[in-house]
Design a binder for this molecule. Structure first.
Ligand code: HEM
Ligand SMILES: CC(C)=CCC/C(C)=C/CC/C(C)=C/COP(=O)(O)OP(=O)(O)O
Length: 300
């Protein structure tokens, strides 16, 4: 199948927008926002210009890892309805060009972070890129339904990268931001996988609904959403922010749990509650990180 995908590409006609699409800009915008908030919450001082460069390095690294992921997954992306119009399966960018683009940008992002901030932040950024590419994409995604539980660690690391750009270290406080996204990722993704189940089955990707069935996936979503209630409080308990955020996180967590309950009670073929939960998952994470900033600005 890879040969067919590679043969589709017409060299020389790629547009800038095709390369931008390789960076998965919509998904990565929220990833970068969490990195920005991690940087902003960290104790200590960073020159605003260097802070902006650090956030740009996170954005470039996140996008670059997305491009490498699209290169590696070009065979399954060509099969899934949701992904088949991506630049490589659509023939807009040659596979080798996408790989080169991703690798070059990855190296550039880590070098930029090292020059602008410190070795710990650069190493963490390199680790995040490597984790998404090698641990999630190459190793786990096609092998186990636990792919996004373990691989999700990559998406949870950016706030720690941002934090380390300021402090040069890793702490319980920055780990609390990691844990929040780590616990959020499975229900975020499984909600989507419930309405893209056929895509994953056709592509042979062992996502939880394909392997364990829809009811088991819904039970997992309930368990993780429930666990998010105490985990969401960790930024307060570790002193990153105060109880204004803490109370807000409990309320938002209860709404998220309400979505999980509606998904759990829905009939197997009814994917509307899963769609609603997926949409809410994005709002939930954005609003929680925004609430940390608001807590610090208004109450801190
Ligand atoms: C391994 C972990 C994750 C997996 C497997 C995953 C999977 C997905 C998938 C398959 C989509 C649909 C994307 C599309 O069709 O373009 C999606 C959407 C999205 N994800 Fe995740 N996600 C993960 C982690 C994250 C993280 C950590 C964030 C942010 C912090 C995030 C933010 C988003 C956003 C903002 C969208 C909506 C994009 C749009 O509007 O098109 N995801 N996710
Ligand atoms: C700073 C840095 C390197 C950040 C990386 C952040 C990161 C790992 C985000 C993961 C989010 C994501 C696009 C998952 C998609 O899964 P998928 O690849 O299975 O989805 P797809 O089917 O849409 O390709």
């Amino acid at each position: 199948m890879l040969d067919t995908v590679d043969a589709l590409a017409t060299p020389g006609v790629s547009r800038v927008s095709d390369y931008v699409a390789l960076l998965k800009p919509r998904v990565m915008s929220l990833v970068v926002f969490t990195g920005l908030v991690g940087l902003w919450l960290a104790p200590g001082h960073i020159h605003p210009l260097l802070g902006a460069v650090a956030v740009a390095a996170i954005a470039i690294g996140a996008g670059a890892s997305g491009a490498i992921n699209m290169w590696y997954d070009r065979d399954i992306d060509a099969v899934m309805t949701r992904t088949r119009s991506r630049p490589i399966p659509a023939g807009a960018v040659a596979a080798d060009d996408a790989l080169g683009f991703g690798v070059l940008l990855s190296i550039f992002s880590v070098a930029l972070m090292a020059v602008a901030t410190n070795a710990v932040a650069a190493a963490l950024l390199a680790f995040t890129i490597a984790f998404y590419v090698f641990v999630y994409t190459v190793w786990l995604k096609r092998r186990t339904p636990q792919n996004i539980v373990i691989g999700g660690a990559a998406g949870a690391l950016p706030p720690m990268v941002g934090w380390a750009a300021v402090t040069g270290d890793v702490s319980w406080a920055s780990l609390s931001l990691f844990l929040l996204i780590f616990m959020w990722t499975p229900p975020h993704f499984w909600a989507l996988s419930l309405f893209c189940n056929d895509d994953y089955r056709r592509a042979g990707v062992p996502m939880l609904p394909v392997v364990a069935g829809v009811p088991a996936t819904k039970r997992h979503m309930l368990a993780y959403t429930l666990a998010l209630l105490p985990i969401g409080l960790l930024p307060t308990l570790t002193g990153v922010v105060g109880w204004g955020y803490g109370i807000f996180s409990l309320l938002a967590g209860l709404v998220f749990l309400g979505h999980a309950v509606r998904v759990w009670r829905a009939a197997d073929g009814d994917v509307a509650p899963a769609r609603a939960m997926f949409r809410f998952s994005l709002a939930y994470l954005f609003v929680l990180f925004a609430a940390m900033v608001a807590d610090r600005l208004l109450l801190g």
